[in-house]
Design a protein around this ligand. Sequence first.
Ligand SMILES: Cc1ncc(COP(=O)(O)O)c(C=O)c1O
Length: 456
Amino acid sequence: MHKIDMDLVEMTLDVMKYAIDRISSSKIKIGKPKKAEELKALVGETITDKGVGGEYAFDLWKKYLSKTNVPVDHPRNLAFVPAAPTRAAVMFDLVTSASSIHGAYWMEGAGGIFCENEAMQWIVSLTGLPKGAFGVFTSGGTAANLSAMVTAREHWRENDIFKGEKGLIITSIGAHSSIKAMAKVIDVDVLLVDTEDVLHGAELKQTIQGLTDHERKRLFAVVATGGTTNAGIIDDLNTIGTICTQENLWFHVDAAYGGGALAANSVRHLFKGIEKADSITIDPHKWMFSPYDCGAVIYRNPELAKKAHSQEGSYLDIFKDEGAHGFNPTDYQIQLTRRVRGLPLWFSLAANGTDKYKEAIERGLELAQIAGRLIEENPIVELVREPSLSCVLYRRIGWEPEDYTHWTYKNHKKGFALVAPTKWRNGNTFETVSRFCFINPDTTEDDINAILKSME
Ligand SMILES: Cc1ncc(COP(=O)(O)O)c(C=O)c1O
């Protein structure tokens, strides 16, 4: 396995050819899932004592398995938060893997971590946080939110009067599910302000005033969203930030999806107040065109994260020695051993320049506006709300929830598009509607028109 022979050389060439074809392809197909039993019947036993051979396994991948994935970078994949890694970033993902870099400590990964930090510097500059603010790349938004929440909770607990208390955070129902999920992980309670629309400082203040004395004592952080996943809504970060300062609360902004739009001049003003944050989540694997997986957490005061996350162990001491001097990403988030997952982003930023990133992000915003116009011009559909960032919610007039489900499956089965329904609150009920989320700059007006036509 670890020796070089002709078979290995041939295998390497085959794999490289596949990668080159995929990276340079402009016509990728939307795959369809199959049940695990069906896949098993197609590929048979693959893990055996003696191995089935690389060539055979790779054939199974090409013939059957790869076809059951839906590429996130297909221009008509507008479901969830899709992605569109740049070709340069994907290429460098191969280099990242081939280089076997341990990305926890500078002593082992100096070159890779240096590159990550160059890319991080650009991301931090978009936030407007003061000098000294910095961040690290994580496996995604969930891990970034968790890392920030742990830092906030540990900082709060430094004060002895809070030591025995169970923490409490406030966010809104528009916040991403990972906030509630990660609150469970760190065993803190979450109070949800009942709005899926913009959360303002006034509502936050009212919520805080409604707390009992004990709840107020337990409250240590507020999480605002910089682009909700469902509808692209940006909370009023400025007034929320002010309240957090007045109330001495940690202010976290989850901009996992929306953070890319900080680079877009046309909407940057909507994030006013983000510079007041104590921590921010931004996912380069969403709107900064990185391959999976690549999230980021940024801190106003990284020393607080270091206090919360730095791991101790006799075999780790050397990495913290003066002689190993440098930035250790593991100190600022939950993971020890880590891939230098910011490296593909660095290469792509270096190769393409930040202007190209701005243009590609502006295109996503423009596509949402185009979709809004096409929906308004089309009598069978109507906007549920104005497009926000790159999200568009719209209804097909006369459709019931199951019509949306059938339509999604039908388009997916045909290999035409993946557009999934969502729910939007309408008074006290939740209405099933259709949702576009644009990331890929290669999506066209014709794509949007064709998708709307398929609703006729
Ligand atoms: C606002 C927001 N926060 C957090 C997440 C979770 O990110 P990840 O899936 O990278 O863990 C998402 C994912 O869509 C998101 O949109």
